[in-house]
Write a protein that binds this ligand. Structure first.
Ligand code: C5P
Length: 221
């Protein structure tokens, strides 16, 4: 068995999910989007009226949730207690709050355990913030994918069909704030693992980034 695990971490909007999904496709691996799991917990908490400042309630909620992920055609489908929430977890409301819930110790413990189980048999490409540094410290290949905050905001801006409702400046502020919260939390913050390969995708196309990672993976096989 020569399958390996690949960790792709980096700040918000660096293109991790697109890149991770395509790399997995090319290698015949399973793609796992860990941000989707934090988003699912956030959606549930919001529905239950539980805030990130209520750790006891949040602990209980995190432990009782049944989160399932399934590889789908456009990445990954996410279910909570049997209900599909794949698009609901992409709302602005969830995006603006998720970093607060992701700072909770129990939430990270529950999801981290799930993530390790999913990667136990190898052959996964997992994207997130703390995969190389914390969840899968033994991953055979670790990538830290980044780009300037301007470039990341611009890419996101182009993606949003309804861009009139939010300005580029606003997007840039929100992305920078999410990075700040993710970098400054106490438990497994966003950090570049010491043995990660840093890829700055500013000025690179998605395909160039994908090919660079696939090429790096070949050197590890
Ligand atoms: O990757 P995505 O932008 O969907 O992640 C949403 C949020 O989930 C991040 O901003 C971060 O707060 C949290 N997250 C995390 N650890 C991960 C993946 C995501 O804390 N491994």
């Amino acid at each position: 068995n020569d399958r390996m695990n690949i960790a792709i971490d980096g700040p918000a909007g660096a293109g991790k999910s697109t890149v991770a999904r395509k790399v997995a496709e090319q290698l015949g691996y399973v793609y796992i989007d860990t941000g989707a799991m934090y988003r699912a917990v956030t959606l549930c908490a919001q529905r239950a009226g539980v805030s990130a400042e209520q750790p006891d309630k949040l602990d209980q909620l995190a432990r009782s949730l049944q989160i399932e992920i399934e590889p789908g055609e456009h990445g990954q489908s996410v279910f909570i207690n049997g209900e599909e929430v794949t698009s609901l977890i992409r709302s602005r409301e969830v995006t603006l709050q998720v970093s607060h819930f992701a700072a909770n110790e129990t939430v990270r413990e529950v999801l981290g355990t799930m993530q390790r189980q999913l990667a136990a048999r190898k052959g996964v490409v997992m994207d997130g913030r703390d995969i190389g540094s914390h969840v899968l410290p033994d991953a055979e290949l670790k990538i830290f994918l980044t780009a300037s905050v301007k470039e990341r905001a611009m890419r996101r801006f182009r993606e949003i069909a309804d861009s009139q409702i939010i300005t580029l400046e606003q997007l840039e502020t929100e992305i920078a704030e999410r990075d700040r919260l993710d970098e400054q939390r106490d438990i497994s913050p966003l950090v570049c693992a010491s043995d990660a390969v840093v890829l700055d995708s500013t000025g690179m196309t998605i395909d160039e980034v994908i090919q660079a990672i696939v090429k790096l993976s070949r050197t590890k096989m």
